[in-house]
Design a protein around this ligand. Structure first.
Ligand SMILES: Cc1cc2nc3c(=O)[nH]c(=O)nc-3n(C[C@H](O)[C@H](O)[C@H](O)COP(=O)(O)OP(=O)(O)OC[C@H]3O[C@@H](n4cnc5c(N)ncnc54)[C@H](O)[C@@H]3O)c2cc1C
Length: 397
């Protein structure tokens, strides 16, 4: 029986990827999730054999950490290649090609500045305005980056947005699964070596010497040799307020933004638009539409609208969806809604992270999530794997 106890709080890909390492190395691992469903932003809404993604939707063959989990859980043969369909622009009520909104003249005249602009010193807006032109940024690049991040991407550090990662040529360039990406987190959370507690939170936590004593909302207690927080940053800050105030103060400096997502499934005969991967609005009350047209289905098409927060109520969102897709409300076969909170990174972020890692050093608290290297799934997994390495050095089994 393993004797070192690891408790992880938060059942998204950050918590689950940490858990996959911990159970494999032989730690007695418990994962606490506040909702009734594991996966967090891996959130596939399913109807019959069709699914749409309410959160993360695109994974690449450069996500080596994710692929290592897919391999570990025997899911490689379940991967589906995404069809090559293009992203379109939604402009003044019309679906148009991206190139129509790009000024090539401005690109050519700005390109020489590529040598002056330092990606690691500039925000997304400053970097891309410099190398591709401010009109291009305003008309199409800014809206495209907002669509990628489901928030205003302008202040983000440019080097945290797209990263060069080595590809695995033996895996589809971009892929999903028939039952959606949540099939991955479902599989990890069903690992028999992992104890999972859903609809559960930590009520109190105390440190007694090297161990932690936790009281949970289900009125049980747990002890832990190591405590891992994999919740959204604001939640981790709240949890750590008494346990490690200095750390909590640094976490509280990281701002957050919410996104209101509504996914719809429609009988495919009702949608006249040809297949598209997604829509980028030039100026509207949604950040993006992500479609499931990347996977062909005989009956349904699916679309998830990621709305700007606080602008539309449910009825207005449904009306907007019908307007964009040119369908009627009773054409909708199934709908689902979510609100998610994402970190807003800015140019001060690296300094905050350095202080967070300083405050963590030498202790038995571990932090992971999408507010370290970046928001992408692979960034979360890389952080979890690095934190697990620290744990295995400090607390060998
Ligand atoms: C709309 C959207 C689209 C995206 N698309 C992509 C994409 O295509 N490709 C990509 O690489 N990345 C994408 N991302 C980013 C990526 O999906 C996320 O950054 C990543 O999945 C976050 O994982 P996480 O585990 O850190 O956080 P989360 O997935 O948010 O998980 C945190 C978990 O903690 C739980 N929790 C919260 N409070 C508590 C508490 N008090 N106690 C216990 N548990 C708690 C939550 O319920 C949740 O399950 C997208 C994100 C969003 C929102």
């Amino acid at each position: 029986m393993p004797d070192k106890k690891v408790v992880i709080v938060g059942g998204g890909i950050s918590g689950l990827s940490f858990a996959s390492q911990a159970i494999q190395a032989g730690y007695q691992t418990t994962l606490i999730e506040s909702t009734d469903r594991m996966g967090g932003c891996f959130d596939s809404h399913r109807l019959q054999d069709f699914s749409i993604e309410l959160g993360a939707h695109t994974c690449y063959n450069s996500y080596r950490g994710l692929i290592s989990i897919i391999e570990k859980y025997g899911l490689v043969d379940s991967l589906l290649k995404r069809n090559k369909v293009s992203f379109k622009v939604y402009h003044n009520g019309k679906i148009e090609k991206i190139v129509k909104h790009l000024s090539f003249l401005e690109i050519f005249s700005s390109l020489p500045k590529i040598f002056q602009a330092k990606k690691n010193q500039l925000s997304v807006k400053d970097f891309y305005q410099t190398i591709l032109g401010s009109r291009n940024y305003k008309n199409i690049l800014g809206p495209s980056f907002n669509a990628v991040l489901s928030q205003d991407a302008g202040p983000f550090p440019a080097d945290s947005l797209f990263k060069k990662r080595e590809r695995r040529k033996d895996i589809f360039r971009s892929y999903t699964l028939q039952a959606g990406l949540q099939a991955i987190t479902d599989k990890v959370s069903q690992d028999k070596r992992l104890t999972t507690l859903t609809s559960c939170t930590v009520k109190t936590m105390e440190q007694n010497g090297p161990r932690f004593q936790l009281k949970l909302s289900n009125e049980t207690e747990l002890t832990a040799d190591a405590l891992v927080f994999a919740t959204p940053v604001s939640q981790s800050a709240a949890y750590l307020k008494d346990l490690n105030p200095a750390l909590a103060r640094e976490l509280a400096k990281i701002e957050t933004a919410s996104v209101e997502s509504v996914g719809v499934m429609v009988d495919k005969t009702k949608v006249k638009h040809p297949p598209f991967a997604g829509l980028i609005p030039t100026d509207d009350n949604f950040f993006s539409v992500v479609s499931r047209d990347v996977i062909t289905h005989n009956k349904f098409r699916g679309f998830t609208f990621h709305f700007r927060p606080g602008l539309l109520d449910k009825k207005q969102k449904m009306a907007k969806i019908c307007e964009v897709l040119e369908i009627k409300q009773n054409d909708l076969a199934s709908t689902a809604e979510r609100v998610r909170v994402l970190p807003k990174l800015n140019m001060q972020h690296k300094d905050i992270l350095a202080k967070i890692d300083q405050a963590l050093a030498g202790g038995n608290i571990y932090l992971t999530g999408n507010y370290f290297q970046g928001l992408a799934i692979e960034d979360c997994i890389n952080r979890s794997f690095a934190e697990f390495e620290r744990l295995s050095r400090q607390l060998p089994t």
